[in-house]
Design a protein around this ligand. Structure first.
Ligand code: HEC
Length: 181
């Protein structure tokens, strides 16, 4: 800019197209090195401290999350085994049931009431029921040999596999339901 002004001074009649020369160095302030010193280093340390703090919080949170995930996976895998050993005979491995005899679990609207499901698993089910509008009336035998943990696992499996859930059904939830009966 200064250079342009000087040229203009020398040749007042000259019309200049460009008003700003690229890279004319304007806007870049030169700061004496001696003033860079402490302030910058101090700010740097602050930054590192903050970064480490955030990192710690992140690590703690994500390890909590993965512990939950591992537990969900354990229940799911255990539940799958229990299902295949105790339920798949009738409801089939894919949970789709068998004709008019055994109702489907996959996509079943009966799953909306989890307490009902827990009770059916533990004590069996008799009498007419409706699943997705279709009537079934065959006895389902009790599973009195299943412990509360087994039931929690198999319910976790069913609901994560076929019931749009992505969470654990806890032993406490099962206990709570069975206690009431
Ligand atoms: C001997 C066959 C048989 C076995 C084994 C069996 N069920 Fe059932 N289940 C049935 C029948 C039959 C019904 C319908 C009961 C009725 O008509 O009252 C039913 C109903 C259900 C229902 C409610 C209706 C639905 O489809 O959503 C659920 C949930 C269920 N069973 C889950 C299980 C689970 C979990 C196991 C294993 C722990 C299991 N069942 C084992 C035959 C069986």
């Amino acid at each position: 800019m200064i250079r342009i002004l000087k040229i203009k001074e020398k040749y007042p009649t000259l019309t200049l197209r460009a008003t700003v020369l690229p890279n004319s160095g304007e806007g870049k302030k030169k700061v004496p090195l001696s003033t860079v010193g402490r302030g910058t280093v101090g700010r740097c340390r602050w930054g590192v401290g903050l970064f480490l703090g955030y990192l710690c919080i992140f690590v703690i949170l994500s390890s909590c999350q993965s512990a939950d995930k591992i537990k969900l996976e354990q229940y799911y895998i255990g539940g799958k085994e229990i299902f295949e050993a105790n339920c798949a005979n009738c409801h089939q491995k894919d949970g789709k049931g068998l004709q008019n005899l055994y109702p489907p679990i996959a996509g079943s609207d009966y799953l909306q009431n989890k307490s009902q499901v827990i009770l059916a698993i533990k004590y069996g089910l008799t009498g007419e029921i409706k699943v997705n509008g279709k009537v079934y009336n065959q006895p389902m035998p009790a599973n009195s040999h299943l412990q509360n943990l087994d039931i929690a696992e198999v319910v976790t499996y069913i609901y994560n596999e076929w019931g749009n859930e992505q969470k654990l059904t806890t032993v406490e939830e099962v206990e709570e339901v069975l206690k009431k009966k």
